[in-house]
Design a protein around this ligand. Structure first.
Ligand code: SAM
Ligand code: SF4
Length: 342
């Protein structure tokens, strides 16, 4: 009996960068569009990408699945606003197969919450267990001002619907000088009374917004000092491989995360990469270096070239970023956060 020689199947290359960091976390943007125009994120009159440049839902699925085969175990869907992408639930339904197979440990979402109420049950049914909801104010007028027209009540309904569906909600709040700095304590109390963690984020210099970021920037070191005058804060050893550092608040029993890209560098334990909705892989949020994955994706229905391109990109992941916000200095990077999804 003779056997035909079959070329050996090439095992997908695990994603380990030159600094020995294993990339296990992908943040995938599914649209650059958004129904809000947050003052630190976008210009009022944003020009969005032509649709043909944006990956189809099938392409997004193939791309995410290639990363999962190469060792990504956590996938965050983001945007722009992911829930404004038409039929985005088809993508969640399809990706949930990786949760069922055990290849993916977590499928999650970052959303502004405006469309969450009508999608919460289905997200839960797809296996989404935790989500991040961005919320910078609990005051209707102020929320509308920061988001340039957003409706606070829609977000609060969305948060309530997600929680009712059994999804754990973490709130993300960008700390804004003169914007919501007097409300941080109130937001912390509001979240903790509901058993939700809150993460505070410093404004990052990404993309022009038509506003001066020097005026928006509020150091979280100052915010923390003010919170420490009201609460007993204890540092927690909790590390998620991400930029957040957590404290426990004795009085509320809850947690506050601090993301301080400008005052502290958090790169040494970075386990993540980002892909835009056009299939551009950014190895670092704070660096311009990128690799196009759309060409290999569209060149063939076979994923070999795509997997090669992913592995090659990770081999070039930079050590870290060097953000600076200075008066008169343009944004450190021309691309907006809504491009890479934060
Ligand atoms: N639209 C969704 C949302 O707002 O949650 C997902 C995408 S949004 C780009 C992801 C996160 O990035 C949000 O929490 C938002 O507040 C944050 N963000 C946007 N621009 C930022 C900037 N320049 N500096 C810091 N955080 C920013
Ligand atoms: Fe939209 Fe999110 Fe950017 Fe606000 S932060 S404009 S909600 S993408």
């Amino acid at each position: 009996m003779s056997f035909m020689s079959v070329p050996p199947l090439r095992a997908p290359q695990a994603l380990v960068d030159p600094f020995g960091r294993r990339v296990t976390y992908l943040r995938l943007s599914v649209t650059d569009r958004c129904d809000l125009r947050c003052v630190y994120c976008m210009k009022e009159d944003m020009t969005f990408l032509p649709r043909k440049e944006v990956l189809t839902l099938d392409e997004l699925d193939r791309l995410a699945s290639a990363f999962i085969r190469q060792g990504v175990t956590k996938l965050r869907i983001t945007g722009g606003e992911p829930l404004v992408r038409r039929d985005v639930m088809d993508l969640f339904r399809s990706l949930s197969r990786h949760l069922r197979s055990g290849a993916l440990a977590e499928l999650t979402l970052t959303t502004n919450g405006s469309q969450l109420a009508r999608h919460a049950d289905e997200l839960a049914a797809c296996g989404v267990r935790r989500i991040n909801v961005s919320l910078d104010s609990l005051d209707r007028a102020r929320y509308a001002a920061i988001t340039r027209g957003g409706r606070l009540d829609a977000v609060l309904d969305g948060v309530a619907a997600a929680r009712a569906a059994g999804i754990v909600v973490k709130v993300n709040t960008v700390a804004l000088r003169g914007g919501n700095e007097d409300e941080v304590e109130g937001l912390v109390r509001w979240c903790h009374e509901r058993g939700m963690d809150i993460t505070l984020i410093e404004v990052m210099p990404l993309g022009e917004t038509g506003e001066d970021r020097t005026d928006q920037f509020l150091s979280l070191a100052d915010v923390r000092r003010r919170l420490a005058a009201r609460f007993t804060l204890t540092d927690l050893p909790l590390r998620t491989g991400g930029p957040a550092r957590y404290v426990h608040v004795e009085e509320t029993g809850g947690r506050i995360g601090f993301i301080t890209p400008l005052t502290h560098n958090f790169c040494e334990s970075c386990n993540r990469v980002r892909v835009t909705c056009t299939g551009t892989l950014f190895m670092c949020l704070g660096q311009a270096g990128a690799v196009d994955l759309r060409a290999p994706l569209r060149a063939s229905s076979d994923d070999a070239a795509l997997s090669e391109a992913i592995a090659g990109a990770i081999a070039a992941k930079p050590r870290g970023h060097d953000f600076v916000i200075d008066r008169g200095r343009p944004a450190a990077l021309a691309r907006h956060m809504s491009v890479t999804g934060g």
